[in-house]
Design a protein around this ligand. Structure first.
Ligand SMILES: [Zn+2]
Length: 463
Protein backbone atom coordinates (compact mmCIF):
# COMPACT_ATOMS: atom_id res chain seq x y z
CA UNK A 1 0.00 0.00 0.00
CA UNK A 2 1.22 3.54 -0.77
CA UNK A 3 0.12 6.76 0.80
CA UNK A 4 0.71 10.18 -0.62
CA UNK A 5 0.06 13.29 1.46
CA UNK A 6 -0.84 16.25 -0.71
CA UNK A 7 -1.23 19.81 0.51
CA UNK A 8 -3.83 22.01 -1.10
CA UNK A 9 -3.63 25.72 -0.63
CA UNK A 10 -6.17 28.27 -1.77
CA UNK A 11 -4.71 31.74 -2.02
CA UNK A 12 -6.71 34.84 -1.16
CA UNK A 13 -7.06 35.42 -4.92
CA UNK A 14 -8.95 32.10 -5.10
CA UNK A 15 -6.14 30.24 -6.82
CA UNK A 16 -5.79 26.57 -5.88
CA UNK A 17 -2.31 25.01 -5.69
CA UNK A 18 -1.43 21.47 -4.73
CA UNK A 19 1.94 20.14 -3.62
CA UNK A 20 2.97 16.63 -2.79
CA UNK A 21 4.44 16.44 0.68
CA UNK A 22 5.47 12.86 1.36
CA UNK A 23 4.86 9.36 0.13
CA UNK A 24 5.33 6.24 2.16
CA UNK A 25 4.48 2.62 1.66
CA UNK A 26 3.93 -0.59 3.62
CA UNK A 27 3.26 -4.18 2.60
CA UNK A 28 -0.41 -4.74 1.83
CA UNK A 29 -0.67 -7.25 4.62
CA UNK A 30 1.46 -6.16 7.52
CA UNK A 31 3.33 -8.68 9.58
CA UNK A 32 4.01 -7.00 12.91
CA UNK A 33 2.58 -4.46 15.28
CA UNK A 34 5.56 -2.21 14.61
CA UNK A 35 4.27 -1.56 11.10
CA UNK A 36 0.91 -0.26 12.26
CA UNK A 37 0.32 3.43 11.79
CA UNK A 38 2.67 6.30 11.22
CA UNK A 39 6.27 6.02 12.32
CA UNK A 40 8.15 8.79 14.04
CA UNK A 41 10.57 9.39 11.17
CA UNK A 42 7.73 9.59 8.65
CA UNK A 43 5.84 11.98 10.87
CA UNK A 44 8.88 14.18 11.37
CA UNK A 45 9.47 14.33 7.62
CA UNK A 46 5.82 15.11 7.02
CA UNK A 47 5.77 17.89 9.60
CA UNK A 48 8.98 19.40 8.26
CA UNK A 49 7.65 19.47 4.67
CA UNK A 50 4.31 20.85 5.80
CA UNK A 51 5.97 23.58 7.82
CA UNK A 52 8.33 24.54 4.98
CA UNK A 53 5.44 24.67 2.55
CA UNK A 54 3.14 26.75 4.76
CA UNK A 55 5.87 29.09 5.89
CA UNK A 56 7.34 29.70 2.43
CA UNK A 57 3.97 30.50 0.90
CA UNK A 58 3.13 32.87 3.78
CA UNK A 59 6.43 34.69 3.45
CA UNK A 60 6.18 34.82 -0.35
CA UNK A 61 2.70 36.35 -0.10
CA UNK A 62 4.04 38.84 2.41
CA UNK A 63 6.94 39.83 0.15
CA UNK A 64 4.61 40.12 -2.86
CA UNK A 65 2.28 42.38 -0.89
CA UNK A 66 5.15 44.71 0.01
CA UNK A 67 6.57 44.79 -3.52
CA UNK A 68 4.16 47.50 -4.55
CA UNK A 69 4.95 51.00 -3.33
CA UNK A 70 2.73 51.87 -0.39
CA UNK A 71 2.32 55.45 -1.67
CA UNK A 72 1.72 55.15 -5.42
CA UNK A 73 1.04 51.46 -5.89
CA UNK A 74 3.70 50.93 -8.57
CA UNK A 75 5.97 47.88 -8.28
CA UNK A 76 9.33 48.82 -6.81
CA UNK A 77 12.42 47.68 -8.73
CA UNK A 78 13.79 44.34 -7.53
CA UNK A 79 17.40 44.69 -6.35
CA UNK A 80 18.25 41.07 -5.55
CA UNK A 81 16.90 37.90 -4.00
CA UNK A 82 18.53 36.81 -0.77
CA UNK A 83 17.63 34.02 1.58
CA UNK A 84 16.98 33.94 5.31
CA UNK A 85 16.87 30.91 7.59
CA UNK A 86 14.27 30.65 10.29
CA UNK A 87 14.39 28.00 13.00
CA UNK A 88 11.01 26.66 14.00
CA UNK A 89 9.70 23.84 16.16
CA UNK A 90 9.15 21.90 12.95
CA UNK A 91 12.49 22.40 11.28
CA UNK A 92 14.68 25.11 9.89
CA UNK A 93 13.18 26.73 6.83
CA UNK A 94 15.03 28.77 4.26
CA UNK A 95 12.88 31.54 2.84
CA UNK A 96 13.40 33.98 0.02
CA UNK A 97 13.91 37.54 1.13
CA UNK A 98 13.82 39.81 -1.94
CA UNK A 99 15.21 43.32 -1.59
CA UNK A 100 13.52 46.19 -3.39
CA UNK A 101 14.75 49.63 -4.33
CA UNK A 102 12.50 52.13 -2.63
CA UNK A 103 10.11 53.77 -5.07
CA UNK A 104 11.27 57.11 -6.47
CA UNK A 105 8.10 58.79 -5.28
CA UNK A 106 9.15 58.26 -1.67
CA UNK A 107 12.73 59.48 -2.04
CA UNK A 108 13.52 63.03 -1.04
CA UNK A 109 16.82 63.14 -2.95
CA UNK A 110 16.22 61.78 -6.46
CA UNK A 111 19.66 60.25 -6.95
CA UNK A 112 19.84 58.33 -3.70
CA UNK A 113 19.24 54.58 -3.71
CA UNK A 114 17.58 53.02 -0.71
CA UNK A 115 16.76 49.32 -0.50
CA UNK A 116 14.20 47.60 1.69
CA UNK A 117 13.76 43.97 2.61
CA UNK A 118 10.22 43.44 3.92
CA UNK A 119 10.91 39.80 4.83
CA UNK A 120 13.92 40.74 6.96
CA UNK A 121 11.74 43.32 8.67
CA UNK A 122 9.19 40.57 9.43
CA UNK A 123 11.67 37.99 10.70
CA UNK A 124 12.94 39.93 13.69
CA UNK A 125 14.58 36.89 15.28
CA UNK A 126 16.34 33.77 14.03
CA UNK A 127 13.78 31.49 15.60
CA UNK A 128 10.05 31.54 16.12
CA UNK A 129 8.71 32.65 19.52
CA UNK A 130 7.12 29.22 19.90
CA UNK A 131 10.43 27.39 19.48
CA UNK A 132 12.01 29.73 21.98
CA UNK A 133 9.19 29.23 24.47
CA UNK A 134 9.28 25.43 24.23
CA UNK A 135 13.07 25.30 24.51
CA UNK A 136 13.04 27.64 27.51
CA UNK A 137 10.32 25.66 29.25
CA UNK A 138 12.12 22.36 28.75
CA UNK A 139 15.44 23.96 29.70
CA UNK A 140 13.88 25.16 32.95
CA UNK A 141 12.34 21.78 33.70
CA UNK A 142 15.27 19.52 32.93
CA UNK A 143 18.93 19.71 32.01
CA UNK A 144 19.78 21.55 28.82
CA UNK A 145 21.19 18.35 27.38
CA UNK A 146 18.05 16.33 28.11
CA UNK A 147 15.87 19.12 26.77
CA UNK A 148 17.80 19.09 23.50
CA UNK A 149 17.49 15.31 23.30
CA UNK A 150 13.75 15.35 23.90
CA UNK A 151 13.23 17.93 21.18
CA UNK A 152 15.43 16.09 18.76
CA UNK A 153 13.68 12.80 19.43
CA UNK A 154 10.16 14.01 18.95
CA UNK A 155 10.28 16.91 16.56
CA UNK A 156 11.94 17.73 13.28
CA UNK A 157 13.16 20.91 15.00
CA UNK A 158 16.43 22.34 13.94
CA UNK A 159 19.28 20.31 15.38
CA UNK A 160 18.79 21.21 19.02
CA UNK A 161 21.98 21.30 21.02
CA UNK A 162 22.33 22.09 24.68
CA UNK A 163 23.97 25.46 24.02
CA UNK A 164 20.98 26.45 21.93
CA UNK A 165 18.56 25.45 24.68
CA UNK A 166 20.67 27.24 27.28
CA UNK A 167 20.87 30.42 25.22
CA UNK A 168 17.13 30.50 24.60
CA UNK A 169 16.37 29.83 28.28
CA UNK A 170 18.69 32.68 29.27
CA UNK A 171 17.19 34.99 26.67
CA UNK A 172 13.65 34.32 27.90
CA UNK A 173 14.75 34.76 31.53
CA UNK A 174 16.26 38.14 30.77
CA UNK A 175 13.01 39.28 29.22
CA UNK A 176 10.87 37.90 32.06
CA UNK A 177 13.07 39.74 34.53
CA UNK A 178 12.95 42.95 32.52
CA UNK A 179 9.14 42.67 32.43
CA UNK A 180 9.09 42.25 36.23
CA UNK A 181 11.33 45.28 36.68
CA UNK A 182 9.03 47.24 34.38
CA UNK A 183 5.94 46.11 36.32
CA UNK A 184 7.61 47.07 39.60
CA UNK A 185 8.14 50.65 38.44
CA UNK A 186 4.49 51.07 37.55
CA UNK A 187 2.81 52.99 40.30
CA UNK A 188 0.04 51.19 42.13
CA UNK A 189 -2.80 53.27 43.42
CA UNK A 190 -3.09 53.66 47.18
CA UNK A 191 -6.36 52.44 48.68
CA UNK A 192 -8.29 55.40 49.97
CA UNK A 193 -11.57 53.93 51.16
CA UNK A 194 -11.35 52.79 54.80
CA UNK A 195 -13.25 49.52 54.20
CA UNK A 196 -11.02 48.80 51.19
CA UNK A 197 -7.98 49.27 53.40
CA UNK A 198 -9.52 47.02 56.06
CA UNK A 199 -10.15 44.34 53.46
CA UNK A 200 -6.54 44.68 52.30
CA UNK A 201 -5.41 44.16 55.87
CA UNK A 202 -7.66 41.13 56.34
CA UNK A 203 -6.41 39.46 53.14
CA UNK A 204 -2.86 40.67 53.34
CA UNK A 205 -0.32 38.80 51.21
CA UNK A 206 2.03 36.48 53.03
CA UNK A 207 5.57 36.23 51.74
CA UNK A 208 7.40 33.07 52.73
CA UNK A 209 11.11 33.14 52.17
CA UNK A 210 13.84 30.60 52.47
CA UNK A 211 17.39 30.22 51.26
CA UNK A 212 18.92 27.38 49.28
CA UNK A 213 22.51 26.62 48.45
CA UNK A 214 23.65 25.81 44.93
CA UNK A 215 27.02 24.34 44.00
CA UNK A 216 29.15 26.83 42.15
CA UNK A 217 31.17 26.13 39.03
CA UNK A 218 34.87 25.48 39.63
CA UNK A 219 36.83 28.70 39.69
CA UNK A 220 34.05 30.63 41.34
CA UNK A 221 35.26 32.35 44.50
CA UNK A 222 32.97 30.27 46.75
CA UNK A 223 31.96 26.61 46.64
CA UNK A 224 28.27 27.33 47.12
CA UNK A 225 26.16 30.38 46.65
CA UNK A 226 22.74 31.19 47.97
CA UNK A 227 19.47 31.53 46.14
CA UNK A 228 16.49 33.14 47.82
CA UNK A 229 13.27 31.30 47.09
CA UNK A 230 9.80 31.96 48.18
CA UNK A 231 6.21 32.33 47.40
CA UNK A 232 3.58 34.96 47.83
CA UNK A 233 0.25 33.67 49.05
CA UNK A 234 -3.00 35.51 49.26
CA UNK A 235 -6.45 34.22 49.94
CA UNK A 236 -8.38 33.61 46.75
CA UNK A 237 -5.32 33.94 44.51
CA UNK A 238 -3.09 31.28 43.00
CA UNK A 239 0.25 31.45 44.77
CA UNK A 240 3.14 33.00 42.96
CA UNK A 241 6.71 31.73 43.28
CA UNK A 242 9.82 33.76 42.92
CA UNK A 243 13.51 33.01 43.18
CA UNK A 244 16.65 34.96 42.75
CA UNK A 245 20.38 34.93 43.29
CA UNK A 246 20.95 38.20 45.03
CA UNK A 247 24.51 38.80 43.86
CA UNK A 248 23.50 38.85 40.19
CA UNK A 249 19.86 39.98 40.20
CA UNK A 250 19.73 43.47 38.81
CA UNK A 251 17.00 44.64 41.19
CA UNK A 252 16.15 41.80 43.58
CA UNK A 253 13.41 43.77 45.30
CA UNK A 254 11.71 44.46 41.94
CA UNK A 255 11.21 40.73 41.34
CA UNK A 256 9.49 40.34 44.70
CA UNK A 257 7.50 43.51 44.19
CA UNK A 258 6.24 42.24 40.84
CA UNK A 259 5.19 38.96 42.50
CA UNK A 260 3.29 40.96 45.15
CA UNK A 261 1.59 43.07 42.51
CA UNK A 262 0.66 39.89 40.72
CA UNK A 263 -1.30 39.00 43.86
CA UNK A 264 -3.21 42.25 43.86
CA UNK A 265 -0.97 44.01 46.39
CA UNK A 266 -1.08 47.78 46.18
CA UNK A 267 1.22 50.49 47.49
CA UNK A 268 0.89 50.83 51.27
CA UNK A 269 -0.98 47.52 51.78
CA UNK A 270 0.36 45.59 54.78
CA UNK A 271 2.46 42.49 54.10
CA UNK A 272 3.42 39.62 56.39
CA UNK A 273 6.79 37.95 55.88
CA UNK A 274 7.71 34.58 57.38
CA UNK A 275 11.34 33.51 57.29
CA UNK A 276 14.11 32.01 59.37
CA UNK A 277 16.53 34.14 61.37
CA UNK A 278 18.42 35.59 58.38
CA UNK A 279 17.79 39.36 58.68
CA UNK A 280 18.46 39.85 54.96
CA UNK A 281 15.19 38.11 54.05
CA UNK A 282 12.71 40.45 55.77
CA UNK A 283 14.94 43.32 54.62
CA UNK A 284 14.31 42.22 51.04
CA UNK A 285 10.54 42.30 51.63
CA UNK A 286 10.82 45.75 53.17
CA UNK A 287 12.69 47.12 50.18
CA UNK A 288 10.14 45.52 47.84
CA UNK A 289 7.13 47.10 49.53
CA UNK A 290 8.79 50.32 50.64
CA UNK A 291 6.53 50.15 53.68
CA UNK A 292 6.03 48.40 56.98
CA UNK A 293 6.30 44.61 57.03
CA UNK A 294 5.14 42.34 59.81
CA UNK A 295 7.96 39.83 60.16
CA UNK A 296 7.30 36.47 61.80
CA UNK A 297 10.08 34.09 62.72
CA UNK A 298 9.35 30.75 61.11
CA UNK A 299 8.00 28.30 63.70
CA UNK A 300 9.72 25.36 62.06
CA UNK A 301 13.21 26.82 62.53
CA UNK A 302 12.43 27.77 66.14
CA UNK A 303 10.92 24.41 66.96
CA UNK A 304 13.90 22.59 65.42
CA UNK A 305 16.24 24.37 67.85
CA UNK A 306 14.00 23.46 70.78
CA UNK A 307 14.11 19.84 69.62
CA UNK A 308 17.92 19.87 69.74
CA UNK A 309 17.71 20.88 73.42
CA UNK A 310 15.12 18.16 74.11
CA UNK A 311 17.26 15.51 72.44
CA UNK A 312 20.41 16.32 74.43
CA UNK A 313 18.37 16.38 77.66
CA UNK A 314 16.85 13.02 76.73
CA UNK A 315 20.33 11.56 76.25
CA UNK A 316 21.47 12.93 79.60
CA UNK A 317 18.52 11.45 81.51
CA UNK A 318 18.96 8.06 79.87
CA UNK A 319 22.53 7.66 81.18
CA UNK A 320 23.27 4.64 83.42
CA UNK A 321 23.92 5.29 86.25
CA UNK A 322 21.86 8.51 86.25
CA UNK A 323 23.79 11.77 86.78
CA UNK A 324 24.35 12.62 90.44
CA UNK A 325 23.69 16.32 90.34
CA UNK A 326 20.04 17.34 90.51
CA UNK A 327 18.79 17.89 86.97
CA UNK A 328 15.09 17.74 87.91
CA UNK A 329 14.57 21.49 87.54
CA UNK A 330 16.40 21.51 84.19
CA UNK A 331 14.29 18.60 83.03
CA UNK A 332 11.05 20.40 83.94
CA UNK A 333 12.27 23.52 82.16
CA UNK A 334 13.16 21.58 79.01
CA UNK A 335 9.70 20.02 79.00
CA UNK A 336 8.04 23.46 79.26
CA UNK A 337 10.26 25.09 76.68
CA UNK A 338 8.27 24.22 73.56
CA UNK A 339 4.99 25.18 75.24
CA UNK A 340 6.42 28.59 76.24
CA UNK A 341 7.72 29.31 72.75
CA UNK A 342 4.49 28.16 71.09
CA UNK A 343 2.32 30.40 73.26
CA UNK A 344 4.46 33.53 72.95
CA UNK A 345 6.07 33.50 76.44
CA UNK A 346 9.49 34.30 75.08
CA UNK A 347 10.74 36.09 78.19
CA UNK A 348 9.87 33.05 80.29
CA UNK A 349 11.51 30.77 77.74
CA UNK A 350 14.71 32.80 78.06
CA UNK A 351 14.62 32.54 81.87
CA UNK A 352 14.06 28.77 81.60
CA UNK A 353 17.04 28.49 79.27
CA UNK A 354 19.23 30.36 81.78
CA UNK A 355 18.18 27.95 84.53
CA UNK A 356 18.92 24.92 82.33
CA UNK A 357 22.40 26.30 81.58
CA UNK A 358 23.20 26.76 85.27
CA UNK A 359 21.81 23.29 86.08
CA UNK A 360 23.98 21.83 83.33
CA UNK A 361 27.01 23.62 84.77
CA UNK A 362 26.38 22.08 88.20
CA UNK A 363 26.11 18.68 86.57
CA UNK A 364 29.43 19.24 84.80
CA UNK A 365 31.22 19.86 88.07
CA UNK A 366 29.70 17.00 90.04
CA UNK A 367 29.78 14.15 87.55
CA UNK A 368 31.95 11.78 85.54
CA UNK A 369 33.47 12.92 82.22
CA UNK A 370 30.75 11.06 80.24
CA UNK A 371 28.05 13.18 81.87
CA UNK A 372 30.21 16.26 81.59
CA UNK A 373 30.40 16.13 77.79
CA UNK A 374 26.63 15.76 77.47
CA UNK A 375 25.94 18.50 80.01
CA UNK A 376 28.26 20.84 78.12
CA UNK A 377 26.36 20.10 74.91
CA UNK A 378 23.08 20.84 76.67
CA UNK A 379 24.43 24.19 77.88
CA UNK A 380 25.73 25.00 74.39
CA UNK A 381 22.38 24.18 72.73
CA UNK A 382 20.51 26.30 75.27
CA UNK A 383 22.85 29.26 74.83
CA UNK A 384 22.42 28.96 71.08
CA UNK A 385 18.64 28.94 71.34
CA UNK A 386 18.70 31.91 73.73
CA UNK A 387 20.84 33.83 71.25
CA UNK A 388 18.40 32.94 68.47
CA UNK A 389 15.44 34.18 70.52
CA UNK A 390 17.22 37.40 71.43
CA UNK A 391 18.32 37.99 67.85
CA UNK A 392 14.74 37.66 66.60
CA UNK A 393 12.91 39.32 69.48
CA UNK A 394 10.68 41.44 67.25
CA UNK A 395 9.64 38.54 65.07
CA UNK A 396 8.38 36.22 67.81
CA UNK A 397 4.64 35.89 68.16
CA UNK A 398 2.02 33.82 69.90
CA UNK A 399 2.20 30.96 67.43
CA UNK A 400 -0.63 29.03 69.03
CA UNK A 401 -3.05 31.92 68.66
CA UNK A 402 -2.08 32.53 65.04
CA UNK A 403 -2.29 28.83 64.28
CA UNK A 404 -5.76 28.55 65.80
CA UNK A 405 -6.82 31.51 63.63
CA UNK A 406 -5.91 29.38 60.61
CA UNK A 407 -2.99 31.54 59.57
CA UNK A 408 0.37 30.18 58.44
CA UNK A 409 3.19 30.17 60.98
CA UNK A 410 5.85 28.34 59.07
CA UNK A 411 7.77 28.52 55.84
CA UNK A 412 7.44 24.77 55.42
CA UNK A 413 5.46 25.59 52.33
CA UNK A 414 8.32 27.83 51.20
CA UNK A 415 10.63 24.90 51.70
CA UNK A 416 8.48 22.93 49.30
CA UNK A 417 9.09 25.80 46.92
CA UNK A 418 12.82 25.48 47.45
CA UNK A 419 12.56 21.82 46.57
CA UNK A 420 10.52 22.47 43.47
CA UNK A 421 12.53 25.43 42.28
CA UNK A 422 16.08 24.63 43.21
CA UNK A 423 16.62 21.07 44.37
CA UNK A 424 14.71 19.35 41.58
CA UNK A 425 16.75 21.15 38.91
CA UNK A 426 20.02 22.04 40.62
CA UNK A 427 20.37 19.25 43.11
CA UNK A 428 23.80 18.30 44.33
CA UNK A 429 23.06 14.69 43.49
CA UNK A 430 22.82 15.64 39.84
CA UNK A 431 26.44 16.76 40.05
CA UNK A 432 25.46 20.04 38.51
CA UNK A 433 27.47 23.13 39.05
CA UNK A 434 26.18 26.55 38.28
CA UNK A 435 27.32 30.06 37.78
CA UNK A 436 25.23 32.44 39.88
CA UNK A 437 24.06 34.18 36.72
CA UNK A 438 23.06 30.93 34.99
CA UNK A 439 21.21 29.69 38.07
CA UNK A 440 19.43 33.00 38.52
CA UNK A 441 18.17 32.95 34.94
CA UNK A 442 16.98 29.36 35.00
CA UNK A 443 15.16 30.13 38.26
CA UNK A 444 13.25 32.98 36.62
CA UNK A 445 11.87 30.68 33.92
CA UNK A 446 11.34 27.81 36.35
CA UNK A 447 9.25 29.92 38.72
CA UNK A 448 7.09 31.06 35.80
CA UNK A 449 6.75 27.51 34.48
CA UNK A 450 5.80 26.02 37.86
CA UNK A 451 3.27 28.77 38.50
CA UNK A 452 1.65 28.11 35.16
CA UNK A 453 2.36 31.75 34.32
CA UNK A 454 4.68 30.76 31.53
CA UNK A 455 2.10 29.29 29.20
CA UNK A 456 -0.35 32.17 29.32
CA UNK A 457 1.79 35.17 30.25
CA UNK A 458 2.82 37.15 27.21
CA UNK A 459 6.58 36.92 27.13
CA UNK A 460 7.91 40.03 25.49
CA UNK A 461 9.39 39.21 22.11
CA UNK A 462 13.06 39.48 21.34
CA UNK A 463 13.95 42.91 20.05
ZN1 LIG B 1 5.71 55.12 -5.25
Amino acid sequence: MRWTVRLEVRTSAGELKATELVTFSRPAVIGTLAEVGLLLDETKALLARLQASVLCSQVAAYAAHHWACAACGLLQPLKDRRTRRLRTLFGTVEVEAPRFKVCRCRLTTPLAEVTVSPVCALLTARCTPELERVQAELGARTSFRDAARILETLLPSSPANQEGVRNRTHAVALRLEAADRQAATEATAVRNEPDEAAAADEHRPIVMLDGAYIRAVPGHQVRNFEAVCGKVEREGQPTQRFALVRSVAEQPHALLRAALQGQGWREGDPVTAISDGDPALPALVRSATGGPVEHILDWFHLSMRARHVEQVMGGLCALEPPPLAPLEQAQIDVERLRHLLWNGYHGKAREALCRIVSGAKDATVLNEPGVEAKARRLAARCTELRGYIEGNEGALIDYGQRYRAGKPISTSRAEGTVNQLVNARMNKRRQMRWSPRGAHRVLQVRAAVLDGRFSHQAIPLAA
